[in-house]
Design a protein around this ligand. Structure first.
Ligand code: TIU
Length: 228
């Protein structure tokens, strides 16, 4: 067992690559690019785009190390039978889930806008979990997949911090998983929610988990040269 230590808040996060998964939440065109679901809710999607370069670096490092990589996508089957009426009818968006948008039907599985952005596209061997809700555990095989792989710790990234990232971290925490959330690899449409959302996770001695910038994870993952 190789244990790596990541400098984090509220105290160092120790991980074994064999039992740790990188989880990338909902880096879908519908949320990140103009014309998708996120924008129909009135959001400025450009605020999410800064997440992509550091997350790509973390993804490359995780792949090089052979870490389990799991992507999630929020969305629904084409007849919307897995979308609760409350979710469908909420708010006053310009386009509702299932409506035809510039990237295909909004948040519907199989549509262009529902898929993950090209820069972070999954490769062979990586798991893609389609989820109908905000959390990755609800209505999915995510928990069973983690269990079957012996995963006990999650490095959580993606969007949005206070919605799908938070819901997943809270679900994971209640199920006994230790979560490290990467501050610059998560994003929100609201800068104040980004700041407070991260603070909530690490407050009270790490009430839901740990928070660190990607550079702290990368420093731990990169083998240090031993001076001769
Ligand atoms: N709207 C918003 O902030 N987020 C979502 O609806 N889904 C995710 O966070 N993925």
């Amino acid at each position: 067992m190789t244990e790596l230590t990541v400098t984090a808040q509220p105290y160092p996060f120790v991980l074994d690559p064999a039992t740790t998964a990188l989880v990338i939440i909902d880096m879908q065109r519908d949320f990140v690019e103009p014309g998708g679901f996120g924008e129909t809710l009135g959001n400025n999607v450009s605020l999410l785009q800064c997440v992509v370069p550091p997350l790509r670096e973390v993804l490359d490092a995780a792949r090089a190390l052979g870490l389990t990589v799991i992507h999630t996508r929020e969305g629904h089957v084409p007849d919307l039978s897995d979308c609760p009426p409350a979710k469908l009818q909420r708010g006053e968006p310009s386009l509702r889930i299932g409506d035809p948008g510039p990237k295909g039907r909004i948040l519907v599985r199989g549509e262009y806008g529902h898929d993950i952005i090209d820069d972070l596209a999954p490769i062979a061997g990586e798991l893609v979990i389609d989820k109908p809700g905000k959390g990755a555990f609800h209505g999915t095989t995510f928990g069973a997949e983690l269990q079957s792989r012996g995963i006990t710790r999650l490095i959580v990234t993606g969007v949005t911090t206070e919605v799908c990232v938070h819901t997943t971290v809270r679900e994971a925490n209640d199920r006994g998983y230790e979560c490290l959330v990467l501050s610059d690899c998560t994003g929100s449409y609201f800068p104040e929610f980004q700041r407070v959302g991260l603070a909530m996770i690490a407050a009270q001695g790490g009430i839901f988990g740990w928070v660190a910038p990607s550079e702290a994870l990368l420093a731990a993952l990169t083998p240090q040269e031993v001076p001769s």
